[in-house]
Write a protein that binds this ligand. Structure first.
Ligand code: AHR
Length: 512
């Protein structure tokens, strides 16, 4: 028999606690170009010409006499007024779009080309995708009518492309107006027409996440209140969603907005955990907040969101949800009020929110933030305020720390008050000095997660962060999954999350 170096004693008669049903979930934020050009399957960048620089992402192609321009009169709609006009006098005039770092197209896959168009000359425009060698992969032509109409055709890729472009050409004398130009794979996750990239979304579902926290992260807060994330701006007709720059410095189209996030939660079997702005811009970036007297609109947004999720279709927002394609309620159970807030600016705003929403919707669990650190004054003060006020159902703790810290803190929650607020480890990751996703950090996270699970009477939810990063276009490391337009790379930390998510215990028994 081999020598035994250690003995694990398990006392099956001593049940310590039940493991929370919501313990291991996901944190999603549109950081590191995770959404547009990432999880969102849309391939065209700046599809409605509404970026701050209207022509960004597009190039003019002049093979004759004529011009292209961005106009905004007699538009498709008033919210996104810009559109492209191609005016050809002779030869061929058009545009090219390289997407988010070039179009990756697999042979024999199908794509849906769609756009809104009109032509006072009833002209025909040609759409085609060509690869990095200038070879045509697939394409279609569309004869346009006089008024704005949506056009749509499915094409099949005949030649592969690694870094291709979409070209749109008017090859005859005439005028063509185009807007909301989209190329999407026909096959998306859960077969949604406005869907998610299948490989990326499947990697999330495979973790069997108990919940999905969205849309962040700091983007909820915004650098200023102008780019704070407001859910009502992200629902309804896609062409009327007005995108804007996010806190991480790039444009977000809102092609995936709150409605799509809720449906995605259903598709991956996770509880939705939306986080709302509490009337405060990012404190870490010294953003200027709304005055406390003016935060009623954000409180109303919270009430309306709950009604959007849980109200029946006779309610104003329940009706809106049905109009957006989902008559059944989303059954919201958790709501975060503020992301990584802290201190005396936060507490009174949170309290104002909490008093109103808790009174109207007492069954929802409201999540209170404890700032950006695992310890120290801000963290301690937040806990003190939460306990004294009795107004935090769950406290959101964030920690990005060295692997050693995780190993030394496996017992962090052993001594937490069992009668106080519960804990949501809402963002965590082990950071080594090179910020690498290696086995060292993954093992530290795994060890630490055993400490979360054994204290699951206190720690009811936990999520690694951030989730995705696009190679060469990221603002933060490490991340759980790396990707480019072709493929994804799952890190050792991903396999830890997958292992725990797929093997959550039910009961904690004592062991030593
Ligand atoms: O996960 C990346 C960032 O870390 C989040 O946006 C923020 O909440 C935290 O500071």
């Amino acid at each position: 028999m081999n020598k035994v170096d250690g003995v694990l004693n398990i006392d099956l008669t001593n049940e310590k606690c039940k493991v929370s049903n919501n313990l291991f979930g996901l944190f999603f934020e549109d950081i590191n170009n995770s959404l547009d050009g990432g999880l969102y399957a849309e391939l065209v960048r700046n599809r409605s010409f509404e970026f701050e620089e209207a022509f960004e992402g597009w190039n003019e192609v002049i093979l004759g006499v004529g011009k292209t321009e961005i106009l905004s009169n007699e538009s498709l709609n008033k919210k996104n007024p810009n559109y492209l006009r191609i005016n050809c006098e002779e030869g061929s005039i058009g545009v090219a779009n390289g997407g988010f770092g070039g179009f990756f197209l697999k042979k024999d896959t199908k794509y849906r080309i769609s756009f809104y168009g009109r032509s006072s000359t009833n002209s025909t425009v040609e759409f085609f995708l060509q690869n990095e060698n200038g070879i045509k992969c697939c394409g279609e032509s569309f004869k346009l009518s006089n008024d704005w109409i949506k056009y749509e055709k499915i094409v099949k890729v005949e030649k592969e492309s690694k870094e291709g472009v979409l070209r749109i050409m008017l090859n005859e004398k005439g005028i063509a107006d185009l807007d909301f130009i989209s190329v999407m794979p026909v096959e998306t996750f859960a077969n949604k027409k406005n869907g998610m990239r299948k490989d990326m979304a499947t990697s999330l579902k495979d973790i069997k996440p108990a919940f999905f926290r969205f849309p962040g992260g700091c983007i909820v807060e915004g650098k200023t209140m102008d780019n704070a994330y407001l859910w009502k701006e992200t629902i309804g007709d896609l062409t009327e969603r007005r995108g804007k720059e996010n806190l991480w410095g790039y444009h977000q189209s809102f092609g995936v907005g709150y409605h799509e996030y809720f449906e995605f939660c259903e598709d991956i079997g996770a509880e939705p955990v939306p986080i709302l702005n509490v009337g405060m811009a990012c404190q870490a970036r010294k953003g200027i907040h709304s005055h406390i007297e003016d935060i009623d609109i954000y409180i109303q947004d919270a009430l309306d969101l709950i009604e959007y999720c849980n109200g029946d279709i006779s309610t104003k927002w329940g009706e809106q949800r049905a109009k957006n394609g989902h008559p059944e309620p989303f059954n919201l159970k958790f709501l975060g009020i503020g992301n990584e807030q802290w201190g005396d600016d936060y507490y009174p705003r949170y309290e104002k929110f909490y008093d109103v929403v808790k009174e109207k919707y007492p069954n929802i669990k409201y999540i209170f933030a404890s700032g950006p650190f695992a310890d120290g004054f801000l963290y301690k003060d937040a806990w003190k305020w939460a306990k004294k006020s009795g107004k935090a159902d769950i406290i959101d703790e964030h920690y990005y720390m060295a692997p050693d810290w995780f190993l030394q803190n496996i017992n962090r929650y052993d001594d937490y008050d069992r009668n106080g607020p519960k804990v949501f480890a809402g963002e965590y990751a082990a950071h080594n000095s090179q910020r690498k996703n290696n086995l060292e950090v993954a093992l530290a996270e795994a060890a630490y997660m055993t400490g979360l699970e054994k204290n699951s009477d206190v720690v009811v939810m936990a999520a690694y962060a951030p989730l995705f990063a696009k190679y060469n276009e990221f603002q933060w490391a490490p991340n759980l999954i790396w990707f480019n337009n072709e493929t994804i790379v799952k890190t050792p930390s991903y396999y830890v999350q997958n292992l725990f998510g797929n093997n959550v215990g039910e009961i904690v028994v004592t062991s030593e």
